[in-house]
Design a protein around this ligand. Structure first.
Ligand code: OXT
Ligand code: ADP
Ligand code: MG
Length: 576
């Protein structure tokens, strides 16, 4: 029970039973379930809830906009394996949070958005309440599940149900609606206390069937060109040791999806990240581990893939299988259990990747590395600075800080960072993910800093930063060790598009981001060369305080939509 509970609610004077209320019960339920942090924005009807949570030892991180708070909760879920909590006010605040909730669900990150809401009897007759909205009905479309609590005595049940649903099976975002009247409802403290419970084993293991494991092993053993694709589900599963053992003992090459980078170090000899196209096109048996055959993997279709390829898919969600291609060997279970079973039943040496396949990939890797080395070399001295000039400097500094978390969004800023800034530690890269969404930057960075205490470097396109840039104030207010590196090419994709009518071109942007953070008390740097970029970033990480490095990038550097320009419609207007 919260200490404040009995006091605030008026401890039984005159022989009366001690009382509690909805707000105290929410805080008590969260504490009982070991929630350490709430990300949110206060207002009617949840301000006292935030105050009480803080007084009771739960950290409350107050944001400037709810979508950033929700993104932070989602990232906290990914980083800790426990649902992150986001707290929002009714209607508009609730809606602002929904982008983060939906993005969490899309990316399979566990989080719970708790929102206050207006009075049911007014909302449901549409009598025009303050911030009136049928939030539950709206949230259902964007969440893994959505629940509403109607009685204070159900708060413990509602919180437990939300936490369980978010964490178990395929993780996702859960919405929990608590009307103001329930938050203010007073009830007997003893009854309230007894109504709460702690969720036992929130994400139980799910073991694959032995025959399914044998089927997958037989298929891999028969392959001439086997390939493993590691996705962010594999990173989330925290099966790092098993994945390493399986990959290294079988010798199978692997391609990491962007947020699986670092599960094994990027310079691992079996990584085919630098021979990606060839690996996908030539593999004859592909084992997907926590990765979906969605747009990021061209839906498993030719010509990106070998049309004769056979797929094995390890995933906790059986409904994911056969969503795009026939899955010849389904491995339904949690990835830690799946990998344990593959290692156990794959002994002794049932699977060995043919060496000529690895040689073929290595040749392509060497060729691609040589090409990249040339581009990096040319960028070193280019003036104005190119993306690759700045990024090489970032790479060099981050190589000194493997403990640092990298957050990354943009188009060119995303694609070029992914391929130049190496990752060596699992779950240290957070990016735009499944939706390719802009706006995750500062929320993810704040969560990474709050949850881990480690240095965080957010590598942002100048457009990308704009979606959450006001949270530089939040970073500064909480004095978080976050350095934001802006690859500022003055626009969306590039900054040299001509204008058609004298207004700025639709893609053009103009900002001195270094001055923005100065306004909030952080330290701003402006870097025009790779040397200045490295010096500023090195100093900022060492200082461990809020900082921003605005890298002045050649406005003509950058291609339309980065590496995914082919997704733009091909109509008469065309794109660059
Ligand atoms: O094998 P081959 O030979 O093919 O070679 C490959 C690798 O083997 C090789 N490689 C290497 N070689 C040598 N060395 C190294 N280290 C190495 N690493 C790799 O290189 C090639 C390419 O490898 P890659 O990248 O792995 O392979 P590929 O084929 O590209 O992979 C395919 C994908 C799809 C998996 C990959 O491209 C990917 O993950 N892409 C993600 C793309 C994405 O999500 N983009 C973001 C969305 S774009 C757009 O939507 C934007 N918007 C609209 C908007 C959004 N998104 N959201 C909201 C809320 N509102 C609006 C906006 C507004 S982006 C954007 C802002 C953009 O402007 P900014 O200023 O922010 O950014 P700038 O562009 O910087 O200006
Ligand atoms: P990526 O974008 O990296 O390819 P996706 O987000 O597309 O990754 O896929 C992640 C997959 O991982 C989802 O299908 C999800 O069901 C699955 N997943 C998440 N956590 C686990 C887990 N612990 N065990 C097994 N599968 C998981
Ligand atoms: Mg840009």
């Amino acid at each position: 029970m919260t200490e404040a509970s009995a006091q605030t609610a008026g401890e039984g004077s005159g022989g009366q039973a001690a009382l509690t209320d909805g707000i105290h019960l929410v805080v008590d339920a969260l504490k009982l379930n070991e929630v350490k942090t709430i990300y949110g924005v206060v207002g009617i009807p949840i301000t006292d809830l935030a105050r009480l949570a803080q007084a009771e030892g739960i950290r409350f991180i107050g944001f400037r906009h709810e979508s950033n708070a929700a993104h932070a909760a989602a990232a906290a879920g990914f980083l800790t394996g426990k649902p992150g909590i986001c707290l929002t006010v009714s209607a508009p605040g609730f809606l602002n949070g929904l982008v983060g909730l939906a993005n969490a669900t899309t990316n399979c990150f566990p989080m719970v958005q708790i929102s206050g809401s207006s009075e049911r009897h007014i909302v449901d007759l549409q009598r025009g309440d303050y911030e009136e909205m049928d939030q539950l009905a709206v949230a259902k479309n964007f969440a893994k599940a959505a629940y509403r609590i109607h009685r204070a005595e159900d708060i413990g049940r509602g919180v437990a149900r939300a936490l369980r649903t978010a964490a178990s099976g395929r993780p996702g975002g859960v919405y929990l609606d608590i009307p103001a009247s329930v938050l203010g409802e007073i009830l007997d403290q003893d009854k309230g206390e007894k109504s709460l419970w702690q969720v036992t084993d929130p994400a139980p293991r799910q073991l694959p069937a032995p025959e399914a494991v044998d089927r997958a092993i037989d298929l891999l053993a028969s392959a001439e060109r086997p390939l493993i694709v590691l996705g962010k589900g594999a990173a989330y599963a925290r099966a790092d040791a098993q994945l390493k053992e399986f990959i290294e003992t079988t010798g199978i090459p692997y391609v990491p999806m962007s947020m699986a980078k670092g599960l094994l170090p990027d310079d691992h000899p079996q990584s085919a990240a630098t021979a990606r196209s060839l690996a996908l096109k030539r593999a004859d048996v592909v084992m997907l581990v926590g990765a979906r055959l969605n747009w990021l993997l061209s839906h498993g279709d030719a010509p990106t893939w070998n049309p004769a390829a056979k797929f094995i898919q390890a995933d906790i969600s059986a409904a994911e299988l056969d969503s795009n291609q026939p899955i010849a060997a389904p491995l339904v279970g949690d990835i830690a259990s799946v990998m344990d079973a593959l290692i156990e039943r794959g002994k002794p040496g049932r699977i060995t990747a043919p060496p000529d396949w690895r040689d073929e990939l290595n040749q392509r890797t060497e060729a691609n590395k040589a090409k990249m080395a040339k581009r990096l070399d040319a960028a070193k001295t280019a003036h104005p600075m190119k993306f690759l000039g700045a990024l090489q400097a970032v790479h060099d500094v981050l190589a000194e800080h493997p403990e640092a978390y990298v957050v990354n969004e943009g188009a060119n800023a995303l694609d070029l960072t992914r391929n130049t800034v190496g990752m060596r530690v699992p779950r240290h890269r957070l990016d735009s993910g499944t939706w390719g969404v802009m706006g995750i930057g500062m929320g993810y960075a704040i969560a990474a800093a709050v949850e881990t205490g480690a240095p965080v470097v957010a590598i942002e396109g100048d457009s990308a930063l704009g979606f959450s840039g006001m949270e530089l104030e939040t970073i500064s207010r909480y004095r978080l060790p976050v350095t934001t590196v802006v690859l500022n090419n003055s626009g969306v994709y590039r900054g040299d598009d001509p204008s058609a009518n004298g207004d700025p071109a639709p893609t053009y942007l103009s900002a001195r981001h270094d001055l923005m953070i100065e306004a909030f008390g952080g330290t701003g740097f402006r870097a025009a060369t790779p040397g200045e970029t490295a010096a500023a970033l090195r100093g900022a990480i060492a200082a461990g305080r809020p900082a921003l490095v605005d890298c002045v990038i050649d406005p003509s550097d950058g291609t339309e939509s980065g590496r995914i320009g082919h997704l733009n419609p091909k109509g008469l207007a065309g794109s660059r």
